[in-house]
Design a protein around this ligand. Structure first.
Ligand SMILES: C[S@@+](CC[C@H](N)C(=O)[O-])C[C@H]1O[C@@H](n2cnc3c(N)ncnc32)[C@H](O)[C@@H]1O
Length: 307
């Protein structure tokens, strides 16, 4: 998607005669988008506000950007979760702000910009490859604890959901992604298992799912079960809804990019755009990008501006 984004920023600069803007990356991850955008448009960018719920990703990206010589010890500030009291002018003197925060709270950080300044705001939803490979519980290919939190300070984990949610609540979790018939089978097996023992690891969850579905379709079911649990653990759909609801409060002239990966996210974004009469473009990654970056095959880039 990065080429689509770069082309659209370029068009935006030309069409709207933009001289400079603040860049807000709501889902920094390992900073691939930021790195590319910064290298291409750095003479246009005043401040960069780089947000992620996951402090591990932020710390890794800070190290990476130091190596790239984009940031140094004097030009960035790292702000930790829920420090909304930071309204002091002292904090306005940096070029780069890393914020360990939920993007649904972006509106609280409006003080970092002045309303005259143009914003480019990017949200790349979901999970990064780094998290799938290195953090606990996201991958059914590795035996780890069922954690699945982006924000390690929150209490709810995937393990909590599987062991503590009522049967009815579990039905709702899985039925968002799976059919009601399959959901019922899955929830029945989970409830049977947890009567004897807590479900703690990915291997235990895989065992439960393997009992229900034939080997031919197993991978697809595992993917959907893990996706449902990840969405619930991280409150992903509600965070997206709250973020979108706050957009009309942003008074700066802004260009938005949102990358969605499944139809539940797509529906929420489309409804928001229609309800707010916002004109939008929707783009898919090029075939070349899909070849290099497989997860991008399901990605959709939503582009809109508020002026
Ligand atoms: C698809 S990855 C982003 C990859 C990034 N665009 C890059 O170029 O490397 C999504 C990131 O968003 C973060 N994330 C997910 N939901 C979030 C939320 N509500 N608030 C802040 N960060 C969130 C995840 O921790 C993850 O690092």
């Amino acid at each position: 998607m990065i080429n689509n984004i770069l082309n659209n920023i370029n068009e935006f600069i030309i069409n709207k005669k933009v001289n400079n803007f603040n860049y807000i990356d709501c889902t920094l991850g390992l900073g691939n988008h930021f790195n590319n955008i910064y290298k291409t448009f750095n003479e246009y960018i005043n401040k960069s506000i780089l947000i992620d719920k996951d402090i591990n990703s932020i710390n890794l990206t800070i190290n990476f950007l130091k190596q790239e010589k984009i940031i140094n010890n004097n030009n960035f500030l790292l702000i930790s979760l829920n420090k909304n009291e930071l309204i002091e002018n002292d904090y306005l003197n940096y070029k780069f702000y890393f914020i360990n925060e939920n993007f649904k709270n972006l509106i609280n950080y409006k003080f970092l910009t002045n309303e005259e300044e143009i914003l480019i705001i990017i949200v790349d939803l979901g999970i990064s490859m780094y998290q799938i490979k290195n953090e606990l519980g996201f991958s059914f290919n590795k035996d780890t604890l069922l954690d699945m939190r982006y924000d390690k300070s929150q209490e709810i984990t995937a393990k909590y959901i599987l062991n503590k949610y009522s049967q009815q609540d579990l039905l709702e979790v899985f039925n968002k992604i799976l059919s009601y018939k399959d959901t019922k089978k899955i929830v029945n097996e989970i409830v049977k298992y947890r009567e004897k023992k807590e479900i703690e690891t990915t291997q235990e969850l895989n065992k439960i799912i393997t009992k229900i579905f034939s080997a031919k379709f197993l991978k697809d079911y595992l993917q959907k079960v893990y996706l449902s649990l990840r969405i619930e653990t991280n409150n992903e759909l509600n965070d997206l809804k709250e973020f979108l609801e706050n957009i009309p409060k942003i008074k700066n002239k802004s260009l938005f990019f949102i990358i969605s990966y499944h139809s539940l996210e797509g529906k929420i974004i489309k409804r928001f755009l229609k309800e707010n009469n916002l004109k939008y473009k929707k783009e898919k990654p090029s075939k070349d990008e899909v070849k290099i970056n497989k997860p991008s095959r399901s990605a959709l880039l939503w582009i809109f501006s508020n002026f």
